[in-house]
Design a protein around this ligand. Structure first.
Ligand code: NAD
Length: 699
């Protein structure tokens, strides 16, 4: 029988009285209907065969199993369901051993959890990632795992959703043994020994849950109510594990199913599943073939070791890429490196990094004030002050010293990539790599292609993003790129709303109610209001006749209120506290500005704030898509959920637009454009979607 036959994705083979059931369904042995039926049929044969003493279930090819195909979500479950397969395995009259290699994720772990024993080779990784998709494990994972490893450890695995390597999984008690040599042969020998030793059929359903104290669950709820920011799945997972600890197995299975269905059908889970696929899509560049040969990146350089340069250097050395950092003087260099060191030391003191690992990483960073030292690097990332002339001078220098083929990247957040590239004789090698602050923490990497950026440079930088564990998204070269360009649209509306009658705390509350951790005015205070003030001063020259300017925002800074650093911005702050407190002084400044502008203040509803801010965001997103500055609407969602705190439960601005409907967004924008702010004139693409009933997802 040929391997990998889609019609026969499960192969039964008998070796020394052990039936080996091999799931062979490339690429990841997803547990689709044919696989489930195949496992059932193989088990029937193995049960009936007197020459079989025990069963080993294994995966062929790349991994044990990547789990259920979540694209099956929309369809009614076809029998046998994974739950039925798991029950059959658990009740099987002969010993069943799961033999895991590489990934055993989701359903791909729930099946092994129903086996009587679990072994693996050193490559194995286990995970129950369902929580990240807004659901609970739905095939007994929440009921069996706590019975195997206890409540606390089960919560750790289920709530993190993260992979655990074989060694950790063994320490947790998920695996009975890690085997050396050929896994199938070793697992067959392991099963034969169990039979020879008269080992019991260890039915997980019959085990009691260890460390199932009420405090364990109370503690978990306390932590996750804060951490999950409105996401329901983590709390639903805790409920399921508590049920496992306090109710019968059958009742637990019943409740797990009900909770799974409720989660699956929620808007949140839809949003999270959208983001799951969106993140994978974002890595693909439409006109850059997957097999484009990338330039090797083994060494790197960073110019400027300030807030961003230091963080970027950390990202690189964290994955073992040596970095040479250039600063203007020995003192500046010392200060920059000291900041990096302090950052690492804080992680060491929290116990999240060993001193030895910190030393290793610091050892990979070299400092210099001499451009010639950067020459051999495979990539250089510039992160100096946001000034065009300075950046052009630096790129001119880099052009002289960097080896041919080096990637020349800039971390600019607003400047024209083509203008920077034009300072070199190799614009095809120039690209934007826009990191977010703090660069060593924030996941988003907005890569900006210039008009001459070479395809292999794009492929190289997108791949580097993955290597340094970021989420890379490719965008076009326009003012503010995608993220900041949209951000400015809604902050502008927030400022205008203040001038028309709202107060900072009211505007920010609408954002908090929507699921943001902070509103735009509190964010402004955190970032420093003087920073955006200076940017605006530079933009003044570009104001079009009749264009409205956010005057109140200028007046607040002109009153010496620069945000948290002066304990006064849109809010006031007690010494040493970051809690924004409403301030009557700010109200006075805002009211005086309204008078200065001849605006009669009126009552502003929360609905108006919501629509003018969030729909402004969507409107700009539509313009960006129309101009081809983002490849797809879902890329914008990835940028916003990973770089700007847009609530994951809402799936990003463009997904949200599709949920409320383009027609509604269009009509409300048209209304506000007429009565309050012409800047809200609906984008042509939005108008088209509204007229045709289209969605951003289908563009
Ligand atoms: P920063 O002021 O903290 O650091 C800039 C560093 O560049 C300083 O250490 C300075 O000494 C050094 N520098 C200046 N001129 C230099 C030169 N000629 N040669 C070498 N080093 C030089 O600024 P930052 O916040 O790190 O921003 C750097 C860049 O990153 C800017 O382009 C900014 O727009 C962008 N950016 C910043 C953020 C943020 O939140 N801070 C986020 C994204 C992008």
């Amino acid at each position: 029988m040929p391997a990998s036959d889609p019609a026969t994705p499960v192969i039964l083979d008998i070796k020394e009285r052990i039936a080996v059931v091999t799931i062979d369904s490339p690429p990841v042995n997803a547990l689709g209907h044919a696989v489930r039926s195949g496992v059932m049929a193989a088990l029937d044969k193995a049960e009936a065969d007197d020459a079989v003493d025990a069963v080993v279930i294994r995966g062929a090819g790349r991994c044990f199993s990547g789990g259920a195909d979540i694209r099956e979500f929309g369809t009614p479950p076809a029998e046998p369901t994974l739950r039925q397969v798991c029950a059959r395995v658990e009740d099987f009259p002969k010993i069943v051993v799961a033999a895991l290699h590489s990934t055993a994720f989701g359903g791909g772990l729930e099946l092994p959890l129903s086996c009587h024993y679990r072994v693996a080779d050193a490559s194995a990784q286990i995970a129950l990632p369902e929580v990240k998709l807004g659901i609970v494990p739905g095939s007994g994972g929440t009921q069996r795992l706590p019975r195997i490893v206890g409540a606390k450890r089960a919560l750790k695995v289920i709530l993190s959703g993260d992979p655990f390597a074989a060694r950790e999984a063994h320490d947790l008690g998920v695996l009975d043994a890690i085997l050396d040599g050929d896994l199938t042969a070793a697992a067959v020998a392991y099963a034969a020994k169990l039979v020879a030793d008269g080992a019991p059929l260890r039915k997980v359903r019959d085990l009691a849950v260890a460390d199932a104290d009420a405090e364990v669950f109370a503690e978990a709820r306390k932590t996750w109510e804060k951490r999950s920011r409105g996401l329901l799945a983590p709390l639903a997972c805790i409920d399921c594990v508590e049920i496992a600890a306090t109710k019968s197995f059958d009742e637990g299975m019943q409740r797990e199913r009900e909770i799974f269905v409720a989660c699956r059908d929620s808007e949140q889970s839809k949003a999270q599943r959208h983001l799951f696929f969106a993140e994978r899509e974002a890595a693909k560049v439409k006109d850059v073939p997957r097999d484009t040969v990338k330039r090797p990146i083994n060494t790197a350089a960073v110019v400027g070791c300030g807030t961003m340069g230091g963080g970027i250097a950390m990202c690189l050395v964290n994955v073992g890429i040596p970095v040479t950092v250039l600063e203007t003087s020995e003192d500046a260099l010392k200060a920059g490196l000291a900041k990096i060191e302090k950052n690492y030391a804080a992680t060491v003191s929290k116990g999240r990094l060993t001193q030895a690992e910190m030393d290793k990483r610091m050892g990979l960073i070299n400092g210099t004030t001499n451009y010639a030292d950067l020459g051999p690097a495979d990539i250089v990332i510039e992160a100096v002050f946001e000034e065009m002339d300075l950046k052009r001078t630096i790129f001119g220098e880099l052009d002289k010293v960097m080896k041919p083929g080096a990637v020349l990247a800039t971390n600019t957040s607003t400047l024209d990539i083509d203008e920077i590239a034009a300072a070199t004789k190799r614009p095809a090698d120039v690209i934007g790599t826009h990191f977010f602050s703090p660069a060593n923490v924030m996941k988003l990497m907005e890569n900006v292609r210039g008009k001459e950026t070479a395809k292999d440079v794009i492929a190289t930088v997108m791949a580097l993003g993955k290597t340094i564990q970021k989420i890379p998204v490719l965008v076009g070269n326009c003012d503010g790129f995608v993220g900041n360009r949209m951000y400015h649209r809604y902050t502008r509306q927030a400022y205008f709303l203040l001038e028309e009658g709202a107060l900072p705390q009211q505007v920010d509350k609408v954002f908090l109610d929507f699921g943001f951790a902070m509103g735009p005015l509190a964010v402004g205070d955190l970032a420093g209001l003087d920073v955006s003030y200076l940017v605006r001063k530079r933009q003044v020259q570009f104001i079009k006749p009749g264009e409205r300017w956010p005057v109140a925002a200028d007046r607040v800074v002109e009153a010496g209120r620069k945000g948290q650093k002066t304990n006064a911005g849109w809010y006031r702050y007690e010494e040493g506290s970051r809690k924004p407190l409403p301030d009557p002084e700010v109200q006075k400044i805002i009211e005086a500005t309204s008078a200065e502008l001849g605006i009669e203040r009126r009552e502003i509803t929360d609905q108006e704030i919501h629509e003018r801010c969030f729909y402004a965001l969507i409107n700009e997103g539509a313009k960006i898509l129309d101009e081809g500055m983002a490849q797809r609407a879902s890329d914008i969602d990835i940028i916003w959920t990973n770089g700007y705190g847009f609530p994951i439960a809402k799936g990003g601005p463009m997904f949200h637009a599709d949920q409320v409907g383009a027609k509604h967004v269009y009509e409300r924008l048209a209304h506000w454009a007429k009565v309050a702010s012409p800047a809200l004139e609906p984008a042509p693409l939005l108008e088209k979607l509204a007229r045709t009933g289209g969605t951003f997802a289908d563009l």
